[in-house]
Design a protein around this ligand. Structure first.
Ligand code: SRM
Ligand code: SF4
Length: 570
């Protein structure tokens, strides 16, 4: 990069973050993971490998509920790993499901399969001696966990709803192609976990030897559904169809939701519109956006390293022009489209191809055999007879897709018998939380374990004010990293400390507006008091059909966040 580029503020000068050193020294993501794996004195990994295993789809964790007790007993934390699979578009076959179901039973300490907000599943609590077996089991059924974490392009999302069968199929194929195109080229994963022969890596043409400055997230979305929440993502391909056939994409760049409490240089931000591109330029454009972020992203301060900050630093026009140059494309004006909703459509729907699809609500995505609700067994029983596939949604739910008319009754009975098809309120269907305690090391407050009770209380409040059939998009996230996407909710609760949350208001139903801080450090009782007061006002003062988030802005309860950098913290 020439000095004149630095004049334009394209590169952030200064001492690089330590993650840059370890990526560079890792010999293309190998590090000393193999040696670490053989060390059975500790259940954990050395600090460098602790970071590097992320690029292979794993995080080292320990159960925070028992951490203090083990410390008292002078025991090392009970180290284990969480694995996150790579599932572009979230599609998984019944036979694959049965294998992951069995692995969760046999080798994870929680015995659960956790559907995530990015259309895949996680195993929690896999001990070191079982890690290789886990990868080999997944490999035997055609699944890997390459690049589902770390400074790379993550699992590529795609709208789940298979109603518009052909268009969805095309979009899904693009999600898979983009995922493959942007994968690391290093064969470290196969070598370390699958005992494959060593193949020297000489180049990472797209990601580079130091990989990306920070995580990078991509979606392919089929409007009018914004079920994958584009504005949480660095790069989004919005499917544009003519006569039901995909002709190209509008490109949205620079979304992201994380922030740090007290650090005003961090903020959630919506993605910007770059314009329309023809289908045959998709992979070139994907690579160009990634390489511009690779070269211009901030490698000095990881808190300001994501694409959203690069765009705000160098300017949208400069970033876009560079993408056009590298991809050999000129974006034309974006084609018209509209997002109207984000939720999943629960129950049965029929696709244009005559197949039936059953969307099941899975609270917090946690598939486990709860008392009187054997959800995990239920999905496994369905997998034993199902001839289509499963689709994990970005709202932590599960679609039993491609069911023949003749098989509908049997699938429905299995779902009902296992508590997968109960009557669920609109409010619960539109509420979501991240994992948080006990497995997430970064959690400041409860989320997954707090949400179910909170929703019950909010249901009571809605009923009290005669809006029980309506709902508020309610999301809880255990810390400001925002994994539960509270920063695109109508009411977003962001963990601040045990039992304390910052409350944000003013997102909208389509997920195209970032909410704004309403009250800081509120406890669970005050949260209910505030929601009660606000819902009472909404019920009495709202315009016909006005959604809660829109009301909070019109009524002046919070100001609208139009441009995050300017408005979010003011
Ligand atoms: Fe996340 C880190 C869980 C979606 C932003 N996220 C984590 C870790 C791995 C904690 C850690 O670094 O040690 C959490 C593990 C918890 C556990 O025990 O499972 C975690 N994130 C999750 C999941 C499982 C939440 C869920 O309830 O489903 C989601 C897994 C997605 C996947 O399958 O890949 C998940 N994370 C998200 C999202 C939402 C999204 O992408 O749609 C976000 C906000 C969007 C964004 O990226 O801006 C998100 N997670 C983060 C961040 C902040 C990144 C940043 O820009 O600063 C971290 C922390 C970090 O990277 O330093 C993080
Ligand atoms: Fe953990 Fe925070 Fe993400 Fe929740 S938002 S899973 S607490 S990192």
């Amino acid at each position: 990069m020439s000095d004149s580029n630095n004049d334009n503020n394209l590169i952030v000068e200064g001492k690089h973050a330590d993650n840059e050193r370890l990526k560079l020294e890792s010999n293309y993501l190998r590090g000393t993971i193999v040696e670490d794996l053989a060390d059975r004195i500790t259940g954990g990994f050395t600090p460098d490998n602790y970071q590097l295993i992320r690029t292979h789809g794993m995080y080292q964790q320990d159960d925070r509920d028992i951490r203090a007790e083990r410390q008292k007993q002078k025991l090392e934390p009970l180290h284990n790993v969480m694995l996150r699979a790579r599932m572009p578009g979230g599609i998984i076959k019944p036979e694959q499901w049965l294998a992951i179901d069995k692995f969760a039973d046999d080798y994870t300490s929680y015995g659960s399969i956790r559907l995530t907000t990015r259309q895949t599943f996680q195993f929690h609590g896999v001990l070191k001696p079982n890690i290789k077996l886990m990868h080999q089991t997944l490999n035997s059924i055609g699944i890997d966990s390459i690049a589902t974490a770390g400074d790379v392009n993550r699992n590529v999302l795609c709208t789940s709803n298979p109603v518009e069968s052909e268009l969805h199929q095309e979009a899904y194929e693009w999600a898979t192609k983009i995922s493959e195109h942007l994968l690391p080229q290093t064969k470290a994963y196969a070598e370390i976990w699958l005992d494959a022969e060593k193949v020297e890596t000489t180049e990472e043409p797209i990601l580079g030897k130091s990989y990306l400055p920070r995580k990078f997230k991509t979606t392919v979305v089929v409007p009018p559904k914004n079920d994958i929440d584009v504005h949480a993502n660095d790069m989004n391909f919005v499917a544009i169809a003519e006569n039901g056939k995909l002709v190209g994409f509008n490109l949205l760049v620079g979304g992201g939701l994380a922030m740090t409490h007290g650090d005003k240089s961090t903020y959630p931000r919506k993605a910007d519109d770059f314009g329309f591109l023809p289908l045959d330029k998709t992979l070139d454009v994907a690579a160009a956006v990634v390489t511009v972020q690779r070269d211009w992203g901030n490698r000095v301060n990881r808190k300001n390293a994501k694409t959203k900050y690069t765009l705000d630093r160098v300017g949208i026009d400069t970033f876009k022009a560079e993408v056009e140059k590298r991809a050999g494309v000129k974006f034309t004006e974006s084609r018209p489209y509209e997002f109207t909703s984000r939720g999943d459509d629960f129950g049965w729907i029929e696709g244009f191809d005559g197949k039936h699809h059953l969307t099941l609500f899975v609270e917090n995505g946690r598939l486990l055999d709860f008392l009187n609700k054997p959800l995990k067994t239920g999905v496994a029983e369905i997998a034993k007879v199902h001839k289509g596939d499963f689709r994990m949604t970005a709202n932590q739910n599960l679609i039993i897709a491609g069911v023949d008319t003749a098989d509908k009754a049997q699938i429905e009975k299995l779902a009902r018998d296992h508590g997968l098809l109960d009557n669920i309120s609109n409010q619960r269907l539109n509420s979501m939380a991240c994992v948080a305690f006990p497995t997430c090391p970064l959690a400041m407050a409860e989320a997954e374990r707090y949400l179910p009770g909170l929703v019950t209380d909010v249901e009571t409040i809605l009923k009290k004010h005669d809006v029980a059939d309506d709902h508020v998009i309610l999301r809880v996230t255990g810390c400001p990293n925002g994994c539960g996407r509270a920063m695109l909710a109508e009411i977003g609760l962001v963990g601040k400390g045990p039992g304390k949350y910052n409350m944000y208001l003013g997102g909208n139903q389509a997920g195209t507006r970032v909410p704004k801080l309403y009250q800081e450090n509120v406890d669970e009782t005050s949260i209910l008091t505030i929601i009660d007061e606000l819902v009472a006002r909404w019920s009495n003062e709202r315009n016909e059909g006005e959604a809660f988030g829109d009301f909070t802005i019109r009524a002046g309860i919070v100001a609208e966040v139009k441009v995050s950098k300017r408005d979010f913290h003011d």
